[in-house]
Ligand binder design. Structure first.
Ligand code: CA
Length: 715
């Protein structure tokens, strides 16, 4: 295996880092660093994907040309070699071990027998799609301490291809263009201010010689936006802000002036949020780019916009002109969001016959539990029904387009704790859906994940850690005293949904939350990896389970399919991670057996490769002896739940990605604990010093709480 270009790229990164450090005091966004002003690229060659090819993707079903295969993002393949009749013969063809042990969420792209995929920490791998042999790989060398600026882990959801180049966003906010043949760096641009807690986990999209990328950070107090860059040069083409900034500085455009009418107080001091961290779709005929936008920052509206207001364009689908980034229309799923109900979830374009009329629609099943069908030319709401239980709103009023909220659901207005379904994990999160034009059904990786919301009346923006404006710790601290039995109300559900009638056709209930994204094929199949460490094929019409393969690790990412020399392959990037694998340990990892084994797995008919046996799990060392007064433990519980739980698990029950602190040698030793928590001894692994927000006394109180929990739950 050859790693071409890696050393060269590493040198360039080093030069770039010097440039960034030199320029880091600047508040403006630096222009692209072009490191190869070379000759014009050839018009054919590896990864030569252009508008003509993506627009005619069905003419080359062997390829998976873009994130959702086409700009419509349907995640449907016309391939039929693997089908309901022979699915039993599907076996492992090859696997490729990834060099990170964090969550994997990438959707590979496959063109002309070559696979382009990404892994945690924004790394790129290019593989022979028939054999899994590595052609080249690229590591953007993201500073590991960026981990604490991400709500949900250092995942990456994939690359984009255009005219011989590979584009990837990095967790520290860069957009990078690589030569598809060699892996050499062509250009890179810092898309964010490195002094602010922005991150990128989403896949770029490309159309019209522009590459677009959003960002994340609404949990940390940023202002979201989407930027388009020239694919050739990296020069900025346009930027669309999602929420308005400080009116005193003037609005960027008429859309921001309009949006500002729906905000109150001094929202800009909180960032506002709205970050577009995942989904886009593109209609080439209309030249409309659809942006799925995120939650408010902080979560509670009463903290960020104290006199109310819809807070545009939070939790919305916004259509902008692809060429210019100009606002065209928007539909807001949750006016005045206060529950982290993002609408960044997967959007699918399709042609549907509704009430006897052909409609060009855009469909979305955002976190809030309702399935929306909109006219994608005008933004008109055609229908909306709940696909999972919702107790924050009874229904969507089709006249006004607004949800009819349940009294008391706005916990920030009442001041009372409120158990709401769905919670911030969503009835459906980023895990991609799939639409099969054969069945006319949308397949949704849904889940039931309630959450107790309570306003943080002492909210203050903090230097490190989430800025949510809600009180995690009172309600959760009560739960912390209970054994880890959060009960059957947490479950995953694979749904087949008729978008015309807005009705469920079939449903499969799964063991737990956080199951993988979906693929449907003309072979009559729906594929999904899951939290039970298997890849499964279902009959697309009935939901009957037809086939499964053990994968040694849970799967979050969506499978894709392609063929090489007439042989069809099914591929998925496996590896446990994400917010429910960090925060929700009591639900997703109650027995402590989950593990991350990060790999690309490829299957074909008659495949007979085998995964190597995993090493035996060693019995973890017993917890340290209990210590600390109840008062100290209570103080530690509040600190832990406010800051530490998001990564190390609520109640100190690890979700299985990061170390289980209940068995940590550091927790048993005051000096070692201090070196990690206060001095950053493990900063290279992402565990930075928390000295900016904790005192020595706080850190020791947290240790007391961790050890108390260990003795309650892990003896
Ligand atoms: Ca969020």
């Amino acid at each position: 295996m050859e790693i071409r270009g890696a050393a060269f790229a590493g040198t360039l990164i080093l030069l770039w880092l010097v440039a960034v450090v030199a320029g880091c005091q600047r508040q403006d966004m630096p222009g692209p660093t072009v490191v190869e002003t070379a000759a014009q690229p050839a018009t054919t060659g590896p990864a030569w994907v252009d508008a003509n090819r993506i627009g005619n993707a069905d003419a080359e079903p062997q390829n998976w040309l873009a994130h959702g295969r086409t700009w419509s993002e349907q995640r449907y393949s016309p391939l039929t070699n693997i089908n309901v009749s022979n699915i039993g013969e599907l076996g492992l063809a090859w696997y490729f071990d990834l060099d990170t042990a964090r969550g994997q969420q990438a959707s590979p792209i496959v063109v002309d027998g070559v696979m382009y995929t990404t892994s945690a920490w924004s790394k790129v791998q290019v593989l022979d799609a028939a054999t899994g042999q590595l052609t080249w790989q690229f590591d953007p060398e993201v500073p590991k301490e960026w981990d604490v600026k991400t709500c949900c882990g250092v995942q990456n959801r994939g690359a984009a291809l255009w005219k011989g180049r590979v584009y990837v966003g990095t967790i520290d906010g860069r957009l990078i263009a690589l030569d598809a043949e060699t892996g050499d760096l062509v250009w890179e641009v810092q898309t964010t201010n490195r002094d602010e807690p922005y991150s990128i986990t989403g896949a770029p999209r490309v159309f019209g010689d522009k590459v677009v990328i959003g960002n994340g950070g609404a949990e940390y107090g940023v202002r979201g936006y989407v930027t388009a860059y020239d694919t050739e040069t990296g020069e900025q083409a346009w930027r669309f802000y999602i929420v308005p900034g400080d009116p005193a500085e003037g609005f960027e455009n008429a859309a921001m002036a309009m949006a500002a009418e729906t905000w109150t107080g001094e929202w800009w001091t909180h960032g506002g949020g709205g970050t577009a961290w995942d989904s886009f779709a593109y209609d080439a005929d209309l030249d409309l780019l659809y942006i799925g936008t995120g939650n408010g920052s902080p979560w509670s509206r009463s903290e960020r916009s104290p006199d109310g207001g819809d807070n545009l364009f939070l939790a919305s689908i916004v259509a902008v002109r692809g060429e210019t980034g100009e606002y065209v229309w928007h539909y807001q799923t949750v006016p005045g969001d206060t529950w982290d109900y993002t609408a960044v979830q997967h959007m699918i374009l399709a042609e549907l016959e509704i009430d006897g009329r052909e409609r060009s629609v855009i469909m979305q099943a955002p976190k809030n539990g309702f399935f929306y069908v909109l006219d994608r030319q005008t933004g008109e709401l055609l229908s909306a029904e709940n696909f999972m239980p919702t107790n924050w709103a009874t229904h969507i009023d089709l006249e006004t387009g607004r949800p009819v909220e349940v009294q008391g659901a706005r916990y920030d207005d009442t001041g009372s704790a409120m158990k709401i379904t769905p919670g911030p994990g969503g009835a459906h999160n980023w895990h991609p859906m799939s639409y099969s034009p054969d069945t006319g059904l949308v397949y949704i990786p849904a889940q039931q994940e309630p959450f107790i919301y309570k306003l943080d009346e002492n909210y203050q923006a903090q230097v490190i850690g989430m800025n949510l404006g809600i009180n995690f710790w009172d309600p959760v601290a009560e739960i912390n005293q209970l054994p880890p039995e959060w009960g059957p109300e947490y479950q995953g559900q694979l749904l087949a949904w008729n978008p015309v009638t807005q009705q469920e056709v079939w449903r499969v209930t799964q063991t737990t939350i956080e199951n993988g994204g979906l693929l449907s094929t003309a072979g009559g199949l729906v594929f999904q990896g899951n939290s039970d460490e298997e890849l499964v094929a279902y009959n697309d019409a009935t939901g009957e389970r037809l086939w499964s393969a053990p994968t040694q690790t849970a799967i979050l990412a969506p499978p894709v399919t392609y063929s090489v020399d007439g042989e069809q392959y099914l591929v998925v990037v496996a590896g446990w991670g994400g917010i429910d694998a960090l925060f929700m340990g009591p639900v997703t990892n109650p027995d402590g057996k989950k593990r991350n084994v990060s790999r690309v797995l490829a299957f074909k008919l008659g495949g007979d490769a085998e995964l190597p046996a995993l090493p035996e799990r060693l019995a973890p060392p017993p917890p340290a002896d209990d210590f600390g007064s109840d008062r100290q433990v209570q103080a530690g519980a509040a600190h832990y739940t406010r800051i530490c739980a998001v990564c190390h698990g609520v109640g100190v029950i690890s979700g299985g990605v990061l170390p289980d602190l209940r068995h940590s040698a550091f927790a048993a030793d005051a000096a070692a604990w201090h070196s990690v928590v206060m001095e950053g001894a493990l900063a290279e692994r992402g565990m930075v010093s928390f000295a900016p927000i904790f005192s020595d006394e706080d850190a020791e109180a947290i240790r007391a709480f961790v050890v108390r929990q260990a003795n309650l739950t892990a003896r």
